[in-house]
Design a protein around this ligand. Sequence first.
Ligand code: 9MR
Length: 603
Amino acid sequence: MTMKILSCLTVLLAAMPLAAQPTTLRQAAAPQGIPIGAAASADEYGPPDLLLNTSYANLLSSQYSMLEPGNAMKWDVTQPTQTTYNFGPGDELVAFAQANQMRVRGHNLCWYTQFPSWLQPYAETATPAQMATLLQNHITTEVTHFAGQVFAWDVVNEAFDDSSAAALRDSIWYNQPGIGQTGTGYIAQAFKWAHAADPSALLFYNDYNIEEPGPKFDAVLSMVQDFVNNGVPINGVGFEMHVLNAYYPSATQLAQNMQALAALGLQVHITEMDVRLPVDASGNASAADLQTQAQIYQTIMTVCLQQPNYTAFQVWGVSYNDSWIPSVFPGYGAALPFDFNYKPTPAFTALMTAMQTTTTPPSLKVSNVVNAASYQGGPVAPGEIVTVYNSTYGPATLVLGQPDATGKFPTNVGGVQVLFDGVPAPLLYASANSGVGAIVPFEVAGKQQTVVEYQYNPASGAAVSNTATLPVAAAAPAIFALNESGSGPGAILNLDYTVNSASNPVSAGGYIQVFGTGGGAIVGGATDGAPASGAANLATQPVTATIGGVAAKVVYAGTAPGLVNGAMQVDLQIPAGLTPGPQPVVITVGTAVSQSGITVAVQ
Ligand code: 9MR
């Protein structure tokens, strides 16, 4: 049966097609394994809706692979009264992102400012217990609403002040009246509530002026160290990076801070970069200042790309037109890589250069490990088939893993081994250029993190071994695309085992088999690297699916009999009433959702 897809699985997985010469930021960022994003707006404070401005929308979707609502997910927008929520603008931004295969960073759940008008007066008479309930409800409601859509949250924002003591800021959540916790306890509590609402989302603490050593960074570091030691679910720290030509961290300082967090197994996202410049009455900067600014962008991006725990980059605004700088720092502006005409500035060229010329130093980076079906990074799940990029260390030509007589894949291919907490992963193939196809051992189930070790012992020459710490989730589903690109027509069979396609569509009421990975643990267990002997359900429940946005009946979700354990098969029934043509297929396992952009041809 199914030869076209199934016997070719290793080939299907074997190589991420690398774009020719990249011309956009998102194309240049893709081979580096990082999403590159911009803060974005819809109409959260009323018309006009920026997403309806085609210059804005086209620039956002063509240049960026990620967006973060600059305001639409903050309290003042999302909870306009104590009993009502408004997720409309956030939903609009999420829909835009999904339609353009972009990821969404959520910002933010707990901050000392930007409140709806009722909140401050409420806090003035509320008890800590009432404040705790309020914050818990807000976090739970918002994170649940965006579960599976927001891949990473700024859970708590800017909690430390700028004094030399770097004290916790006064806030209604901390001490006025606070939620009844001392010190950083309220922050830890916020992370726990967010994690409970979406265990798949990556959780970040976000702040400014922590890009270089100093008391504020020390305060953040000691807090997150305490969180890691005590099992508070935190995955990383956001460095805002609002800098100016006269003040920015040196390469050494930035690297030092990122390494201090890497030592704790934490990621770093650059979350809000802009470099503000003195501007004339029309908002334009001098050519000389633009060149200096470009150098700063290039340095920051280059340093970050060399750090193993760097997993996302973002600027704070799409173009000069929507930057926050001129209104807050009169006389300053021109802070972003695109100008008033949505045209690239020297900073754009500098970012492109950094992404195209920075080579991977001898280390495994968190961003090097991506889902083999979606090419997206994030938490790894038990049995997930991942691609590990490590361009220097591997066989020069592709070596396929040869299954043994029982069909089990080896754990050493071409001298490469990938270990998860010391357990060797079955390998499908290995190549210095196209990466290594590895299957996350089922042994990671139930863990919060896993230390991944990449070893290369060539027959001759020096062995190398590097580690990176990755978050673990119960599931991280993604659907294979037929053309290996991570989006477009899915690896989907119709009921007669022929490949679904525009010329071979499925009708309403018909059945399809969708192939992916990242479904997580299997009921009854599964042997690493062995072929699935029969149908066995995913252990993470529930499994749901939509086709064309309409709920589709899940007939089966589990192993793909005959394929290696870790491949996921989901059988769906096509709902009635869909428009003929390609319709998006989305599978949710627990709270984790497959990537956007995979389609099935419907008749
Ligand atoms: O860009 C945001 C701007 O539109 C708002 O008016 C402002 C209000 O506080 O918040 C801006 O975004 C901030 C972000 O949420 C946190 N870091 C600093 C950003 C710039 O102020």
